[in-house]
Design a protein around this ligand. Sequence first.
Ligand code: PGA
Length: 266
Amino acid sequence: MAVTPSSTRTALIAGNWKMNLDHLQSIAFVQKLAWSLKDARHDFAGVEVAIFPPFTDLRSVQTLIKADDLPLAFGGQDLSQHDSGAYTGEISGAFLAALDAKYVIIGHSERRQYHGESDELIAGKVAAAHRHGLVPIVCVGETAEDLEQHGPSAVPVAQLRVALEGAVKGKEVVVAYEPVWAIGSGQAATSEQAQQVCAALRGVITEALGADAGHATRILYGGSVKASNIAGFMRETDIDGALVGGASLQLEEFASIAQYRKHVGT
Ligand code: PGA
């Protein structure tokens, strides 16, 4: 099989639980997920698996992962652009870092849509993540209307340009391309279309953060990812993983997504 540039980047399968599973349910789920992947002899070094539970679960998840030495990463679904102070309901990156969170999702389309998050705010959150040693997973993507008016790349490219203004050169960023029309709709993008946009996003990363970052940065596809379509995305040169919503709450399905290499026989 041809060696593609993506083969030098560690794949990342990330499960965004959104507002599902309380702290007790999260413990049961994480335990079963770890068992299921270990049973399947999952290559954790080659395909990193991360989960993004609600904030109230994070302490329980951290304690379990640490106590049982589970090879799973975790992170928050959002963070504040501020570090501390009078911001009721907000969560500081310092608190996420204190719980050993590795990642934080920033600018998910549900935050943009329901909480009015602007590209500038998202850039501020990327800066906050880097201040606290967290790896931001920066989400970008076009709506169905954007797609009709501007094609697939223009909006995510513009969103990413602004978001990366908050990034510190030399610090890790992950980018997630999530077409809004594909999220939770059951209608994923085609792998060809996703690849086209992810290649454009890699160009933006190179422009903003330099050639090394352009090469090293992992770009995920998200939007109705399932066990039956993950392999097609992972075959694409510029797609290094997936941000999975609904299917990340189904244990067997999520484990099977993480095991995508078995689907393609590589
Ligand atoms: P979905 O969600 O997999 O349910 O489409 C993806 C996401 O919102 O990150």
